[in-house]
Ligand binder design. Structure first.
Ligand code: HEM
Length: 492
């Protein structure tokens, strides 16, 4: 039967809107085996604290009103106090709670540790995932995400949540497995990930949720993120190979979260750029261009497909222009004059590179779109680290992405695209395949060797050997239930 139209009060806020992220604490927990019933009762007390998508959108409106008012009064806008809370569960957590329905996603059911070889994490059958931190190797049952405009607000909210579950007391129903604090970077680096590039620019818009889109920003159907909505492949008989073709009714309006704990070797990355500038340019520009061609965007966010030779900060911050490209200028599909085939943004959203492959499909890329909600963690690079070119303090990206099908979403982007040397499929003048190599940021394989072509626009078939700069130290696949499901199926 067709579900009732989407109600944004039913959907957890991080999925479609993104919890405010100045600072976020990821609290990974284990449910106490002997107190599952008590935990499920206490969950009912947590539910009113959970932030919905409707609440996040109304907060966005308040912020923009607050800004307008401040501008009108000639003062700088005050920071509105806000706290956001979401809760998600792993397959292990569902089983522990006695929720045994199969949600219909085999990758989720097996969990991320079992998926590590497919994702290309270093390790072999005998030494599995040596880089992973113990908490993710042992597995976690769930995660509570608490966000806010200040550490103080997050600490207060977290303390309230810990009281609900008696965390730390002898009768605790959940135990802390790992706590990770993420912070937006300070000052002018706000919104930039640790390598220095503006992030979070390209996200899909959702039909019936976002009223408008920016030029170049594509609309996807609600079912690309939300289970049970139009576009959710599990309601389409063509996808039975990905698991059962049905979902339990309580899965409606839930979403799968792929969380990755990604460490970035920033001084090593910067040193590589400095030592390998693209020849024929002033050294600084040569280094900057190499970095831009690794990412597909300059540090300001300006896409190399629009600005191939110089950064253009005005373009980088202009939402009406900074996503309006398709790797489809006359020769883009065949040459790497503007953007290497292997560049991070081209690998993870190939735009016209794959949409043109099958003209009969309206948008071959739609089912591979994900909603990225990550945040940075760790301190700024110190002077000593910059001088030595060696990382001393751990820092990186708490990668978090929502989708209705993990295989077609995060797993596909990592395994079939970023880690796959002959993607996107290209042929040279003689018809022979052009092997683009790995995504220079995140492309990896269990053996560890990495290279790409096209880094240098003047010598597009030259292979460049790439050291590793992103080290995955674990993660998990989670399910983010709807509010009605939390009330009726999860809580007692
Ligand atoms: C875009 C950095 C990991 C998927 C971007 C952008 C940057 C970036 C700077 C451009 C900004 C934008 O278009 O929004 C990083 C870094 C990573 C990382 C530093 C690791 C530490 C990942 C992973 C995935 C991923 C693991 C998925 C497997 C994407 C996607 C886009 C993107 C889908 C948007 C591409 C587009 O639509 O044009 N990333 N990323 N990223 N990244 Fe990542």
């Amino acid at each position: 039967s067709t579900p009732a139209p989407l109600d944004l009060n039913n959907v957890q806020g991080d999925i479609l809107a993104g919890l405010p992220k100045k600072t976020q604490t990821y609290f990974f927990f284990l449910i106490d085996e002997s107190r599952v019933q008590a935990f499920r009762k206490q969950l009912a007390t947590l539910i009113p604290l959970i932030t919905t998508t409707a609440q996040v959108f109304s907060h966005h409106e308040k912020i923009s009103q607050n800004k307008k008012d401040a501008v009108g009064r000639g003062v700088s806008p005050s920071l509105l106090k806000i706290s956001g809370v979401n809760i998600v569960f792993s397959q292990k957590g569902l089983v522990k709670m006695g929720i045994n329905d199969n949600i219909g996603d085999d990758v989720f059911r097996k969990g991320m540790l079992a998926d590590a070889p497919t994702l290309g994490d270093p390790g072999t059958a005998t030494s599995d995932s040596p880089d992973w931190v113990p908490a993710f190797k042992q597995g976690v049952d769930g995660m509570i995400l608490v966000s806010g405009e200040s550490h103080q607000t997050v600490a207060e909210t977290l303390a309230e949540i810990e009281r609900i579950f008696f965390v730390g007391a002898h009768c605790a129903t959940i135990h802390e497995a790992l706590r990770i604090v993420g912070d937006v970077r300070p000052g002018k680096e706000k919104g930039h990930e640790h390598f220095g590039f503006l992030d979070g620019i390209s996200q899909p818009a959702v039909r019936g949720v976002n009223a408008t889109n920016n030029p170049g920003q594509e609309f996807v159907r609600q079912g690309i993120t939300l289970l049970g909505r139009e576009g959710d492949d599990k309601f389409n008989a063509a996808f039975v190979d990905q698991g059962p073709n049905t979902r339990p009714s309580w899965a409606l309006d839930g979403s799968f979260l792929a969380f990755r704990y990604l460490f970035q070797l920033v001084p090593e990355f910067q040193t590589f750029l400095k030592r390998n500038p693209i020849a024929g340019l002033a050294p600084d520009l040569g280094s900057e261009l190499l970095g831009a061609r690794f990412v597909g965007r300059w540090m300001s966010g300006a896409p190399v497909d629009i600005a191939p030779t110089h950064d253009d900060p005005a373009l980088g911050k202009d939402a009406s222009r900074n996503n309006n490209f398709r790797y489809a200028f006359p020769d883009d599909s065949k040459t790497q004059d503007r953007c290497p085939f292997a560049a991070h943004t081209r690998k993870t959203n190939p735009r016209a590179d794959i949409e043109d492959l099958n003209a009969t499909t309206a948008n071959a890329n739609e089912k591979h779109r994900i909603f990225r909600r990550g945040v940075q963690f760790g301190p700024e690079v110190t002077a000593a680290e910059a001088a030595s070119g060696k990382t001393v303090h751990g820092r990186g990206l708490l990668f978090a992405a929502y989708q209705s099908n993990i295989h077609f979403g995060f797993q596909f982007l990592q395994n079939n695209w970023s880690n796959t040397a002959n993607f996107p499929p290209k042929t040279g003048p003689t018809g022979a395949a052009v092997i683009s190599g790995l995504d220079p940021l995140i492309g990896q394989n269990t053996a560890g060797a990495r290279s790409m072509i096209g880094a240098n626009p003047q010598s597009q078939s030259t292979s460049l050997t790439l050291p590793t700069w992103v080290v995955p130290k674990g993660g998990e696949y989670f399910f983010s239930p709807s509010i009605p499901a939390l009330k009726a199926t999860f809580a007692l």
